[in-house]
Ligand binder design. Structure first.
Ligand SMILES: [Ca+2]
Length: 471
């Protein structure tokens, strides 16, 4: 018995001493090797998917490499010892495209009018190339693409150059995700998830997943919604997935219809922080599930801009649950800024800086009850800076949203000048100790996402060096 206890103590002390690091190199690896050094790296994601891992193990993908495979983590980690999918080596982050394209060369064009040509096409295309070079998708006027553009409408694909002068190819994405997670305690660190080749979401945290983390990743180009059949978000977290963290990632160009988003959080107790989120047709961050169980999610310290091109969406929407919160975010140039709606209660919207919204800055919809809107700057909204649109029992105080100029440092730097009316204009909120930049709160909280730290732009006087002698 004594010996057994000693062994347990050793295990506890050692932590993950037996954790193994595996390496994957698409160009130089081989699945016949053991994967446990850079010289013995595996080659494929398929090998990873069909292996067994243990708590604390790491699977590192070589930087500069590309995989056209779908990652499905095969094993769960434990609390404090996740199974980590990371990166090694030098250069650009490893890229996962999920799956390969199905390509086809296009012939049989019709000249619709001067400079515009079209061809019958079944829809859902990820990319179009002329002689191997990518064209840019025209989403707003797809039947009138300019030179170098393509569009898709109805059952036809349009280009703005004479196609018979080129080899024209279109690429159909496949039905799938770049990563599909059904395990717990999975970490993704420093990987690029690019969705141009898949129809569904970038990463789906599906039934069975929880307590996962995505950090330092790029999630981009999940845009495969052309025929109203598929909705693609950058990350989709299902309603039964809880306790996940998303930190310090870049989300760009995910979601090409009003109902798909950069991130779609349908679960509970998720934290979404320090991310840059832009270019969604729907919402930058959507917190919602149809059966109202999406509660206690936190969206904080993010830079959320230029979302909602589809006119329905915008920066952040907090719906359908109890106690969801958005605080200390910069929400800039979205369609709507922050919206609270659909059977939500006790939602908190605190200390955000919301500027230049195309429509409303903050909207509390008819489905919102007992929301609190406090310490926010809302400025330059094309419609209302703040609108209770049939909401019930709202609390709205200590905001700067009546059109008063907040006196930002500049039109692109939303820190406060020393004469800003936002300084010390807020009220303390339990648990909120630092601002968007991580600075501490001085005196009363300022209104907005930045706490004034003293004169901006004037460097501190250097202190005199000590211990030096001048000869
Ligand atoms: Ca203050």
């Amino acid at each position: 018995m004594r010996k057994f206890s000693f062994f347990i103590a050793f295990l506890l002390l050692a932590g993950n001493a037996w954790a193994v690091t595996y390496y994957v190199d698409q160009t130089g690896g081989s699945d016949l090797k053991n994967g446990q050094s850079t010289d013995n790296a595996w080659k494929t994601i398929d090998k990873v998917n069909n292996s067994t891992f243990y708590s604390g193990d790491s699977i590192l993908l070589k930087r500069g490499e590309i995989w056209r495979e779908q990652l499905t983590p095969p094993s769960s980690g434990n609390a404090g010892m996740p199974i980590t999918f990371g990166a090694y080596g030098n250069g650009d982050a490893p890229i996962l495209y999920g799956l390969d394209f199905i390509s086809s060369k296009l012939t049989g064009w019709t000249n619709n009018r001067a400079g515009v040509y079209s061809v019958a096409y079944p829809g859902v295309t990820g990319r179009v190339t002329f002689d191997g070079s990518l064209l840019t998708q025209n989403k707003s006027t797809p039947t009138s693409p300019a030179t170098g553009e393509w569009g898709w409408s109805g059952t036809r694909l349009y280009v703005g150059d004479k196609p018979t002068d080129h080899t024209v190819s279109a690429y159909l994405p496949k039905a799938g995700w770049v990563a599909h997670v059904t395990k717990k305690y999975i970490a993704f660190d420093g990987i690029t998830f690019d969705g141009t080749s898949v129809l569904y979401d970038g990463i789906k945290f599906d039934t069975g997943s929880s307590y996962c983390i995505v950090v330092n990743c790029t999630i981009r180009n999940h845009t495969s919604y052309y025929d109203q059949t598929y909705a693609s978000s950058g990350i989709l977290v299902r309603k039964d997935s809880t306790g996940n963290t998303f930190r310090n990632n870049v989300f760009e160009n995910n979601g090409t219809d009003p109902y798909s988003h950069n991130i779609y959080l349908a679960g509970t107790n998720n934290v979404f922080e320090h991310n840059e989120v832009s270019g969604s047709f729907g919402w930058g961050v959507q917190v919602y599930s149809a059966d109202s169980v999406t509660s206690n999610n936190i969206v904080r310290y993010n830079y959320i801009h230029n979302n909602g091109a589809g006119s329905r969406g915008g920066g952040i929407v907090l719906d359908s649950g109890v106690g969801n919160m958005a605080y200390y975010n910069i929400v800039e140039s979205n369609n709507y800024g922050i919206t609270v709606d659909e059977s939500s209660s006790g939602t908190g919207v605190y200390n955000n800086t919301i500027i230049n919204s195309t429509r409303n800055g903050i909207t509390l919809g008819v489905g919102s009850s007992t929301a609190t809107v406090r310490n926010n700057i809302v400025f330059g909204s094309r419609l209302d800076n703040y609108l209770c649109n049939g909401c019930s029992d709202p609390t709205q105080d200590h905001n700067l949203l009546d059109g008063t100029n907040p006196l930002f440092v500049s039109s692109s730097d939303y820190r406060l000048q020393s004469s800003s009316p936002a300084i010390n204009g807020g009220v303390a909120i339990v648990g909120m100790m630092s601002d968007y930049s991580g600075n501490s709160i001085k005196g009363l909280p300022d209104i907005g996402a930045y706490e004034f730290q003293g004169s901006v732009g004037v460097p501190k006087k250097p202190t005199n060096p000590t211990g030096l002698t001048i000869e």
